[in-house]
Design a protein around this ligand. Structure first.
Ligand code: GLC
Length: 747
């Protein structure tokens, strides 16, 4: 059955035969499908519809099909090789038509070497020909970004990856092929502009981004069909806008979720949580949220409370609330397989768990021991699971942390043949694996919204394209090692370029012991990351901001306070993510695509368009080599004016993270508070950098969906040559600021 795009006018559907077709979704977006005779599967990601394309021209020319949209020219030959050109004929992306050239290897040397070392040689799919694939040319200057949370550097050129959601506790290294998330979407930034490719196949898929050979990249799979979207830019912001029009955008999160979160696996008792909260306040490190890891549950049974160690949960949570803290509780998909336990019994009775081919509930092990896996692809299961969150809401919990949803399992991976649902179809684990986490977050988000009427906060480890509609994401179990601080910067940039604007790492590192210096430098990155949570594993050194005494505490406080002052600026970036799908944390290439230096920067990023953060990522370093792209920039700390398009060396003692503000910026700020309370924010303070500056600032109640009906304020601030501010109100839908004043003016 053909599953064509929604609303696709018939004249925009070009079928070459029953297996091959091109759908023109808009002037800039084209879908290519080759079924190879296989059944087409529904997309978990795509929610967008086609637009009409006026002036579309489709004709046959010397045996080739030529399609012109006004923005793109598409040529498809008789073998269904497809080339994309700009409207004026410059090649954007051409199919690679020659023989693939695998790298030369000494025959069998790899196996021999591995056996000397005593290792088993893993079966590698490197250089393999998959059942179907698309092989496209790489031009000299092409850089590749995206692909979710993959390891390596920002530019994915030269790496090979696999999309198979994987929980691997080993320290994540550059040669890892798969991690928790499957986001088969990437962008290629080349000389003729940028384009994106979204390979919408949630089976196990493979990506060779020029590792086999620098002259081409390839993506393919042994399962499902070849179904990809070519998304023309020419700029990265336009691609993100179009990609998220297709796969959905992040709804605005509750404002408190932008604050600092404190977490640790191993807060074993109520008293421990209380003492964390108290110390946070007595040390005056602002904090909005405490995370409850699996310790709060009764024997790791989801939707239960450990009354022995966490006693009266309602009282605890009410007291925390009094002191300005929200609470997020972890929920794992694995339901303890124990008759008599309500959640298990309900799931069993209704057939809501994944089953063996012979129809029994499939059991593997996770934290609670034997566990069954809810079948989130089934809409009834999603509704049922969503309803379970009533337990957390009644306790006083404010958000959910969906973990272990690759799904992870302790007694070996789930076998391929385990039976799940994909909406109305019965499917195997192999088919559903990569969207298991996606469907879990969907169930959580929808349930929470239904039950509370508030903006849900959901955090996930596993996801697929489109999960931004339901959840924020973190990068899973990193370690307290410097290479993971560096890796986190590029992972977050690439997650942002994959549509996941709300993302963060475990600040300080999860596994292994952190050090005061590493924690300090990590907080300097974390406070500028979209999601800012310090989290660590049981058994490692505690790493709350005060654990190492001074100067660590003071420096932690300085950066967390900066975060709180900048919440209005940050929230403006979240609004852009919800309107256009733009990342909050962006690689320099996002705004400086034709700058060859900017395209390759791994150790700096932009927060929104106007703030450049170039953190120190090396132990012992007290200077940072900073690249400033074109234009004029102001050193945030000293106000020094710097010309861009050059490298400079910035002194960076332990308490300094180099930050630069683009000339022409107005930064909206709030006074420092210990937690976010939109009702208290009656004063906006504008910091002005450079002459003729401007900003559009958004304000709302921060908790509900009333903004969708206009309950928000939109201000446009401008300054003249001397920094004098003028204000226009573009929308007046809620209580405005009582005062708007100008703080710092740097000219
Ligand atoms: C997983 C999560 C981690 C959590 C732990 C215990 O390893 O990734 O964040 O602390 O489980 O729940």
């Amino acid at each position: 059955m053909i599953r064509k795009a929604r609303n696709l006018p018939l004249e925009q559907l070009v079928c070459l035969d029953s297996q091959r077709r091109i759908e023109i979704l808009s002037e800039n977006v084209v879908r290519v499908v080759f079924t190879g005779g296989m059944e087409e599967e529904p997309s978990a990601a795509v929610t967008g519809a086609a637009e009409t394309v006026p002036g579309l021209n489709v004709r046959l020319e010397n045996g080739r099909l030529r399609i012109q949209t006004g923005r793109l020219q598409i040529l498809a030959d008789e073998t269904f090789h497809i080339d994309f050109f700009t409207a004026d004929g410059r090649p954007l992306s051409e199919e690679y038509r020659k023989m693939r050239i695998p790298p030369y290897r000494e025959p069998s040397s790899a196996e021999e070497f591995a056996s000397w070392e005593g290792h088993e040689q893993p079966v590698s799919r490197e250089n393999a020909n998959w059942r179907f694939q698309c092989v496209r040319k790489l031009y000299d200057n092409d850089c590749i970004y995206g692909l979710g949370d993959k390891t390596g550097f920002l530019n994915k050129r030269g790496y090979a990856y696999e999309m198979w959601n994987t929980d691997n506790a080993d320290p994540h290294e550059d040669n890892f092929r798969a991690l928790y998330k499957s986001m088969p979407f990437f962008t290629v930034l080349g000389d003729a502009g940028a384009y994106g490719i979204f390979f919408d196949n949630h089976r196990r898929t493979f990506f060779d981004m020029g590792k086999e050979n620098d002259g081409y990249y390839a993506f393919g799979s042994d399962e499902g069909v070849l179904d990809y979207y070519f998304i023309y830019g020419p700029t990265l912001p336009e691609i993100l806008e179009r990609y998220t029009a297709l796969t959905g955008r992040m709804p605005l999160p509750p404002l408190w979720a932008l604050g600092y979160h404190q977490s640790r696996w191993g807060y074993e008792t109520e008293d421990e949580i209380r003492s964390i909260a108290e110390t946070m306040r007595s040390c005056r490190v602002p904090c909005d949220c405490i995370h409850f890891d699996i310790d709060y549950m009764d024997h790791f049974k989801v939707f239960t409370w450990n009354q022995e160690r966490y006693r009266d949960g309602k009282k605890l949570l009410a007291d925390l609330k009094q002191d300005g803290f929200k609470a997020v509780a972890i929920i794992d998909p694995g339901v303890k397989a124990q008759p008599g336990y309500r959640v298990f019994d309900e799931g069993e009775t209704n057939g809501y768990f994944a089953a063996t081919p012979s129809g029994e509930t499939y059991v593997n092990a996770v934290w609670p021991g034997d566990a069954a896996f809810p079948d989130f692809g089934n809409p009834d299961v999603r509704a049922w699971w969503g309803d379970q969150h009533r337990f957390l809401i009644n306790m006083g919990i404010d958000g959910v942390w969906d973990d272990m949803n690759e799904p992870a399992s302790f007694h070996g991976p789930l076998p391929d043949e385990i039976v799940f649902s994909d909406e109305e179809r019965r499917v195997t684990h192999a088919e559903i694996h990569n969207i298991y986490g996606h469907n879990m977050t969907r169930s959580t988000y929808e349930g929470w919204k239904r039950l509370s009427g508030k903006r849900p906060f959901v955090l996930t480890r596993a996801c697929y394209c489109g999960s931004q509609r339901y959840t924020a994401a973190w990068t899973g179990d990193n370690h307290s090692i410097w290479s993971h601080l560096r890796l986190g910067v590029v992972q977050l940039c690439n997650l942002g370029l994959s549509g996941m604007a709300f993302c963060g790492t475990d600040v300080g590192g999860f596994g292994s012991d952190t050090t005061p210096e590493l924690l300090t430098r990590w907080v300097q990155v974390g406070c500028f990351s979209p999601f800012f949570r310090n989290h660590s594993a049981k058994g490692t050194k505690n790493q709350e901001p005060w654990r190492f005494g001074e100067p660590t505490l003071t420096i932690n406080r300085k950066y967390v306070e900066l975060r709180y002052r900048w919440i209005p600026y940050l929230y403006d970036q979240f609004r852009l993510a919800s309107l256009k799908g733009w990342p909050v944390m962006r690689p320099l290439a996002f705004h400086y695509p034709s700058d060859p230096e900017a395209r390759q920067i791994n150790d700096a990023f932009l927060l929104g368009e106007n703030v450049l953060v170039s953190p120190v990522l090396e132990q012992g370093a007290r200077k940072k080599l900073v690249y400033l792209p074109e234009g004029v920039w102001y050193d945030y700390w000293t106000g020094a004016r710097e010309e861009g398009s050059r490298w400079l060396v910035r002194e960076a003692p332990l308490d300094v993270c180099p930050v630069y503000i683009r000339s022409g910026t107005i930064l909206p700020t709030w006074p420092v508070r210990q937690w976010i309370d939109p009702a208290l924010e009656t004063e906006l303070v504008l910091e002005v950098f450079g002459p003729n500056a401007s900003c559009v600032h958004y304000q709302d109640g921060g908790e509900r969906f009333d903004y969708e009906n206009g309950a928000f304020n939109l201000y446009r601030f401008r300054t003249d040559e001397r920094g004098t501010v003028s204000t226009e109100r573009e929308n007046c839908g809620c209580e405005p600021y009582r005062t708007v004043t100008t703080g710092r003016i740097v000219l």
